[in-house]
Design a protein around this ligand. Sequence first.
Ligand code: ZN
Ligand code: ZN
Length: 255
Amino acid sequence: MLFDTHVHLNADQFEDDLEQVLKRANEAGVEQMVVVGFDEKTIKKAIELVETYDFLYAAVGWHPVDAIDMTEEHLSWLEELASHPKVVALGEMGLDYHWDKSPKDVQKDVFRKQIHLAKKVNLPIIIHNRDADQDIVEILEAEGADEVGGIMHCFGGSVEIADRCLKMNFYISLGGPVTFKNARRPKEVAKHVPADKLLIETDCPYLAPHPNRGKRNEPAYVKLVAEEIAALRETTYEQLAQQTTENAKKLFKIT
Ligand SMILES: [Zn+2]
Ligand SMILES: [Zn+2]
């Protein structure tokens, strides 16, 4: 009864042992996952996976780091994929100022185009944000992203930024970093977000939670994220698992 809202099982890191990884996820109670594609290769693979496994769903979008590679054809392709029965969101999209492969203005343009598309096809969006809190929130507000809402994935911002996102109909999703000893902000946010707006994720193969930090992450470890958040919120693991699963199903319209 766990829902991992952000996995990259479409990454090369899972090519050799996907069946084992899925088995461990199942044993840990992870019943559903959203496989996120963010460029040509990973989107194709995400679609392939969700057409193979019942319990996997897909999100498709263009990552800000590679924004400079996105063409009009890619955008039309995303629009086509939006009507696929197992595509439940657009993304990940957003801004990433840590890497400079794509200039900021290109990132912003590609981000805006995808928000417009999401409003056109009426799907929620999954937001990737690295070192770009203010610009992210400003663009979401200016583009009326509250119309579709979505997820602030692996949220690392402050309580104030979380509140502005909540106001715009966004869920806050926490991943591995909330388990790190020195992660003050994610822990504060974990305590602050209303129960019906909270989601959990791994972002695997990246950002493995404590005590697996630095290793390849996998969906089974979302249990560690759920346990940490339950402890921070002084609630039970069962309750936290049930609530976050309900939230994910509601957002993705999965029955
Ligand atoms: Zn991301
Ligand atoms: Zn991701």
